[in-house]
Design a protein around this ligand. Structure first.
Ligand code: NAD
Length: 431
């Protein structure tokens, strides 16, 4: 298929997703319990990825180089890798799969998707649309199953050229090792413990909203969750008071209800994990100023709900400040100088994202350079776009998704030399 035809097919797919957004949102909510309002917004945004990479498909051009050899013509062309394996988690199944599918298909690859064993239904729902808009059979394939089984088989398979993985660090490490053994390309989007830094000159109401969105949206089950708040000590009490007030009033319950603000966590192991970390934080001496237990509100029934939880009085050495919980649990630390804020923020194994809240232009300009994070938001949090590269530093992963460059992650350069001069006379003096 020509690149232009691939692009048109991706446009058709974008239209089909837009028309089917409600059904896909329902599948996501049933699978992972996230708020329907948010899922519908995500589904309505997904077509943009296919439009963007559909448009890019026929704009990848090779080049002729001014090669430094006499009578030699040299060009570079870009071709697909072949079969790409996409292994994805349960927390945002479709968006995180589409970040891989759109550039991989635009580049001319075929893809085998291995969705999470906890949330496979929406990917199967999306797969129907590929058939409906006319993708040739075999271009997009879905294999459900467990990571150690179906996932590992995909990583080990000799015909798979590249693995695009989003998930936890344990799985990421295994995949990276297996890919290295087989010389496979790999991209890894892993976990985070992202700092949300509130300076003393911040708009406090805006910062409080940003902090809440950063950790309590999706019940904290996002890789980019702002799970560590670093606040200047002079405004610590004022910020904590606002957070406790607003989050304390948040409506929990049925994720399908339009006015629910905090839903359940997605799986039973995730519930146990969140409650474990609450216990660990208390044992470490962190002060629990909100929540701190499984929700027993009537509207939560026997569902897997964790009360939104806030800890203060912490140090950055505590496990609750260093390890990813993936739940609605916020750790608040203080600092007194910008240097200290940067040091605490960067004193982390992860480096996925960071937020800063300030009215100072100097800080807005200088902090992004000083923070070891793949994405930095200034007076904002949790904003993503098909145009903006996303990925982690340090243990948050390898590679970037989204934006123009991502298509090259799914292409391979080929060098072609054409002798345009006389034939080589002496094979032993070949240059
Ligand atoms: P997970 O690592 O348990 O599973 C992710 C996927 O990998 C699943 O499909 C699973 O079956 C598969 N898998 C697991 N072990 C494997 C192996 N050895 N070989 C092949 N496949 C394997 O992660 P999860 O619990 O589903 O998701 C939560 C994690 O994902 C969190 O750590 C979160 O931070 C991370 N995450 C990262 C991003 C990002 O963009 N950086 C986005 C969302 C989630």
């Amino acid at each position: 298929m020509t690149a232009s035809d691939r692009g048109l097919l991706l446009y058709r797919l974008a239209d089909a997703i837009a028309a089917d957004a409600e059904r896909l949102a329902d599948l996501e909510v049933r699978d992972n319990g996230k708020l329907r309002v948010e899922m519908l917004g995500q589904m309505r945004y997904l077509p943009r990825w296919f439009q963007y990479y559909g448009g890019l498909a026929d704009k990848v051009e090779g080049r002729v180089t001014p090669i430094d050899k006499k009578n030699m013509f040299h060009y570079v062309s870009y071709g697909p890798l072949g079969v790409v394996g996409a292994i994805t988690p349960w927390n945002s199944p479709l968006p995180l799969t589409v970040w891989k599918l759109a550039p991989a298909l635009a580049a001319g690859n075929t893809v085998v998707v291995k969705p999470s064993e906890f949330a496979s239904a929406s990917m199967l729902g999306l797969a129907e649309l590929f058939e409906r808009v006319g993708f040739p059979r075999g271009v997009v394939n879905v294999v459900t199953g467990f990571g150690h089984d179906a996932g590992a088989a995909l990583v080990e398979h000799p015909l798979v050229s590249r693995i695009a993985f989003t998930g936890g660090n344990a799985g990421g490490r295994k995949i990276s090792e297996a890919a290295a053994r087989n010389f496979k390309r790999v991209s890894l989007e892993l976990g985070g413990k992202s700092p949300n830094i509130v300076f003393e000159d911040a708009d406090l109401d805006a910062a409080a909203n940003g902090v809440i969105a950063g950790i309590f949206a999706a019940s904290g089950q996002t890789c980019m969750a702002g799970s560590r708040v670093l606040v200047h000590s002079s405004i610590h009490d004022a910020l904590v008071e606002r957070l406790v007030m607003r989050v304390g009033q948040a409506r929990m319950g049925d994720p399908n209800a339009a006015d629910t603000e905090i839903g359940p966590v997605a799986t039973e192991p995730q519930l146990a994990r969140a409650l474990d970390y609450i216990g660990i934080a208390k044992a470490e001496g962190a002060r629990c100023v909100l929540g701190g237990e499984r929700a027993s509100r009537a509207e939560c029934g026997s569902g897997w709900f964790v009360e939104p939880t806030i800890f203060t009085g912490m140090t950055n050495a505590m496990r609750i400040a260093r390890e990813e919980v993936f739940g609605p649990i916020l750790s608040i630390l203080t600092f007194d100088t910008d240097e200290e804020a940067v040091a605490i923020a960067n004193d982390a194994e992860f480096g996925l994202a960071a937020g800063i809240w300030t009215r100072s232009l100097a800080r807005a300009m200088s902090m992004p350079k000083r923070l070891r994070a793949g994405t930095v938001w200034v007076n904002a949090y949790r904003v993503v776009s098909y145009l903006a590269p996303f990925g982690g530093m340090k243990e948050s992963g390898l590679g970037r998704e989204n934006g123009v460059d991502a298509i090259y992650e799914y292409l391979e350069a080929k060098s072609v030399f054409i002798n345009s001069g006389p034939p080589v006379a002496n094979p032993f003096t070949l240059q």
